[in-house]
Write a protein that binds this ligand. Structure first.
Ligand SMILES: [Zn+2]
Length: 398
């Protein structure tokens, strides 16, 4: 039997909603895990192991097709805990993970949110499937809607939250990651224009519902590394040191080269804003992020690509070596870490004797490889123009 103690998660509130963070200890008093329960309603004694959605994550997507919400998802026996609310009238999906919004949102915003979903859950089947089975989903907040317009967050105080945040990360009790339409579509009136808020918020969901359950000991190691980094004075005077959740989410932004930059830490951002800098500045955090995203796919930035370009990107999948629900099999692996870069320069056809044996995944030679891996490779380098260097004075609240 385990015993629990409860602590209010102060600085991380924005990512947790109105929730308590609970630490679990074993019989000897050793910290074992972290969980979350609701705060403002009376259902705060939920089981940490939420009941699961039936079925498994798929290996396909239909991001280019926005339509109505499938009726079965309205059921609480399918999507936990309460089914998909009637507020949601638009739907698309990646791996069976719903992307939702009201009527008020432009289809392109859902397509972009779907791309982010497809991208973030490509690499690791266990993470993807865990998010799926915990009824994880993504919802777009319309540009004229508020954070608390989202039904799962409607119990929160609008006078506070609608001003403070334009997105929240998924949790066990409210398994939806949200973000603003204006951020997804790179609108000029976005107060977080220089940041990819959706990626940040979604990475909270990936951690809370995906990696925490899908990768053995990962959440505990993240907490431990956060404490170590703090003791070492890393990330001083930045938002990363708010909590282990923000440490991870800010790290993810840097890992995918979409973080903001400040030459001197300004309380929010600092100079470590790229994958390369992250790998040398905080290699332990880099490694934790790499466990979730071992494929090293290139993230397409929202302000410089079209939705069609996103759809065409060849995103490598299941680099964790899993079967990924039948898209390649356990032997469908790259043996050498340079396989991907070799494949992108034409080595699969130039040197097939080696490549087709040792770089099966990168050369797409796996039988039954998933649909997401079969998108036509497109030259993305020309559109990878960074947003770094733009000035942001706004206080980051996500
Ligand atoms: Zn955050």
């Amino acid at each position: 039997m385990s015993k629990t103690t409860v602590e209010v998660n102060g600085n991380g509130l924005e990512s947790l909603g109105k929730e308590f963070k609970i630490k679990f200890y074993d019989a000897d008093g050793n910290f074992t895990d972290t969980g979350f329960v609701g705060y403002s309603d009376n259902s705060s004694h939920r089981s940490r192991r939420a009941s699961l959605r039936p079925g498994k994550a798929t290996s396909t997507d239909s991001c280019d097709h926005v339509r109505g919400v499938p009726s079965e998802l309205r059921s609480s026996s399918v999507m936990k805990p309460h089914g998909i609310a009637i507020f949601y009238q638009k739907y698309t999906e990646a791996y069976g993970i719903p992307i939702l919004s009201s009527w008020n949102v432009n289809d392109d915003a859902l397509k972009r949110a779907c791309y982010i979903t497809r991208f973030l859950f490509a690499d690791n089947y266990a993470v993807r499937n865990s998010f799926y089975q915990r009824s994880g989903r993504s919802a777009v907040i319309g540009v004229h809607e508020g954070t608390t317009s989202i039904p799962e967050h409607s119990h929160m105080d609008p006078s506070f939250w609608d001003k403070r945040a334009r997105g929240l990360g998924a949790t066990d009790s409210a398994p939806v990651s949200t973000g603003g339409e204006e951020n997804l579509l790179c609108m000029k009136n976005d107060r977080y224009h220089s940041e990819d808020i959706y990626l940040h918020e979604f990475s909270h969901g990936v951690a809370n519902l995906g990696a925490r359950y899908g990768i053995s000991g990962w959440f505990r190691r993240l907490e431990s590394q956060y404490n170590t980094a703090k003791q070492q004075g890393l990330w001083a005077n930045t938002y990363s040191m708010s909590s282990s959740a923000e440490y991870f989410a800010e790290g993810v932004q840097s890992f995918f080269n979409v973080n903001d930059y400040s030459a001197t830490p300004n309380g929010i951002h600092g100079p470590i804003n790229t994958k390369e800098k992250l790998s040398t500045y905080d290699p332990a955090l880099y490694q934790l992020i790499e466990e979730v995203w071992p494929c090293h796919n290139t993230y397409l930035k929202r302000c410089v690509v079209s939705r069609a370009q996103e759809q065409q990107q060849n995103i490598r999948t299941n680099c964790d070596g899993s079967t990924g629900g039948g898209d390649g099999g356990g032997s469908c692996k790259d043996i050498h870490p340079n396989c991907h870069s070799w494949a992108t320069t034409g080595e699969c056809s130039r040197n097939p004797a080696y490549m087709l044996v040792n770089c099966k995944h990168s050369c797409n030679t796996c039988s039954g490889q998933g649909v997401v891996a079969l998108h036509v490779q497109t030259a993305v380098s020309s559109v990878m123009i960074g947003l770094e260097g733009e000035n942001v004075i706004e206080t980051q609240v996500t």
